[in-house]
Design a protein around this ligand. Structure first.
Ligand code: OFO
Length: 170
């Protein structure tokens, strides 16, 4: 049985994962309107992944006798400036999520809830991969800058990455 403190903290994480899904969906839509099919596909998949992260938490909360709450979400931006800015936003967002997961792990230790602590290890590993991938993409886009030809090739690369990966791990 979950304590009220853990239930509240997990519900907060459910909201964060849902907002992540919305942010990446907005990025996908923006990239699509700019004609960048690969980046759009990557972001659509990323958005689905975040929804999966959210559902995994919701099911865990309910299985352990709590109540997963579906809360109101902050609307994401409509446009993202440039691809460089967009991938920087993505990277910063993932760093923020990692720090929230770490806070959650801390709470489970304080509360001696080892089952939830164990469950959260999946998210800890996931965040290591997500940050690494986001950093990798950001490095590439920093190299390209605003070069149109480079961006075209970058879009193709990202498309390939999104198509070949069943789990983007982001
Ligand atoms: Fe990309 O973060 Fe979920 O966990």
């Amino acid at each position: 049985m979950l304590s009220k403190i853990i239930e509240k903290a997990l519900n907060e994480q459910i909201r964060i994962e849902a907002e992540s899904s919305q942010v990446y969906l907005a990025m996908a839509s923006w990239a699509e309107t700019q004609g960048f099919e690969g980046v759009a596909l990557f972001m659509y998949k990323h958005s689905d992944e975040e929804r999966m992260h959210m559902l995994k938490l919701a099911k865990f909360v309910n299985e352990r006798g709590g109540h997963a709450v579906v809360s109101a979400l902050v609307a994401p931006p409509v446009s993202f400036g440039s691809f460089k800015e967009m991938f920087q936003t993505l990277f910063d967002h993932e760093v923020m999520v990692s720090s929230r997961i770490n806070d959650l792990v801390d709470i489970t230790l304080n509360q001696k809830d080892y089952a939830t602590h164990n469950f959260l290890q999946w998210y800890v590993s996931e965040q290591i991969e997500e940050e690494a991938l986001a950093r990798n993409i950001l490095d590439k886009i920093n190299l390209i800058g605003d070069d149109k030809g480079g961006l075209y090739l970058f879009d193709n690369d990202v498309k390939l990455l999104a198509e070949t990966s069943t789990d983007l791990n982001i």
